[in-house]
Write a protein that binds this ligand. Structure first.
Ligand code: NDP
Length: 281
């Protein structure tokens, strides 16, 4: 029987610790969000982020913009937040509607305020192993492994999925000094994925393929982390067949309640880090 990694509980610990640090230092930390249009799920995500920021003792600011806004006006809004010393973290909720160019907007977010860790500059810092802000979902996976003391040093980790949002940055984080895993980055062209996963001590599934990681992918005692989210007729399911894998694995994340809450926790951790980096510069 695997240890079930409770992402919601670890999120609450991180929120409490961020709050303690902010109160201890007596600083104001401000997270700004930008939402274009009235997409319902995006509105809910943004509202949750504000609620959690408040719970972590932060101030938050929201810029709501009409879906018909021009590229130039959107860029002006983001540039104003970039220049505002009272704003420490900027999050532009993606995807942007219509023909707005997200890349050009993200280019305006300074790396020290890039709490999503998605800009070219932040990715460059990650690759160069320089201090900076790293994408929240990959960071959340690492924090879960650390919190549950899953051994990583010298262990074999497979990341399934190579996107620049999740899989690729996660593979870089896992290979970093201090984590020291031996990383395999798998994708849809990988041959014998089940065999590759069976050789691994840690499997991280970020492919968005419902329940693709079955018991035959997992060797006894492995840690299995589920990042994938698929909307099916049976509701939201992850990439891992939890019922089949849980009796074999050493650790496993539930879905929901695993990596999802950790993503938002790491957004708050990043916002605090952003404020500290800005104070030191
Ligand atoms: P992408 O669609 O950008 O990338 C999916 C990756 O998985 C690609 O590299 C693709 O390979 C690979 N892949 C697809 N099918 C297979 C397969 N059968 N075998 C092996 N690899 C495969 O998705 P994202 O990286 O943005 O997100 C991944 C999942 O994580 C999604 O379900 C998303 O909803 C979820 N997610 C969850 C979050 C959370 O907080 N829990 C946050 C962010 C995302 P190839 O490159 O060859 O096409």
């Amino acid at each position: 029987m695997a240890v079930v990694m409770d992402g919601a509980a670890v999120r609450d610990e991180i929120v409490a610790s961020v709050r303690e640090t902010i109160e201890g230092l007596g600083i104001t930390v401000c997270l700004a969000t930008v939402l274009v249009g009235d997409d319902r799920p995006s509105q809910i995500y943004v509202r949750n982020k504000h609620k959690m920021a408040e719970a972590a003792g932060m101030v938050s600011r929201h810029v709501q913009l009409d879906a018909t806004i021009s590229q130039a006006d959107l860029e002006a809004e983001v540039a104003a937040l970039a220049d505002d010393p009272g704003v420490h973290g900027i999050l532009v909720q993606l995807p942007l509607p219509g023909n707005l160019d997200a890349e050009r907007v993200l280019d305006l977010v300074p790396p020290d305020k890039d709490v999503d860790g998605l800009t070219e500059a932040s990715m460059g810092r990650l690759v160069r192993d320089r201090r900076g802000l790293v994408p929240c979902t990959p960071l959340g996976v690492v924090r879960l492994l650390q919190r549950y003391r899953v051994p990583t040093e010298g262990r074999r980790a497979v990341v399934v999925g190579r996107s620049s949002l999740v899989g690729l940055p996660l593979s870089l984080l896992l290979a970093r000094r201090g984590i020291d895993a031996t990383v395999t980055l798998a994708h849809s062209r990988s041959q014998d994925l089940a065999g590759i996963c069976r050789d691994a001590d840690i499997i991280i599934a970020a492919a968005g393929q419902a329940k693709m990681i079955t018991a035959e992918f997992v060797s006894p005692g492995a840690a299995v982390i589920d990042v994938g989210i698929s909307r099916t007729e049976a509701g939201i399911v992850g990439d891992v067949d939890f019922e089949g894998v849980e009796p074999i694995a050493g650790w496993i994340t539930p879905m929901p309640g695993g990596t999802g809450p950790m993503t938002i926790a790491c957004l708050l951790e990043n916002t605090l880090t952003a404020a500290q980096i800005q104070r030191e510069r």
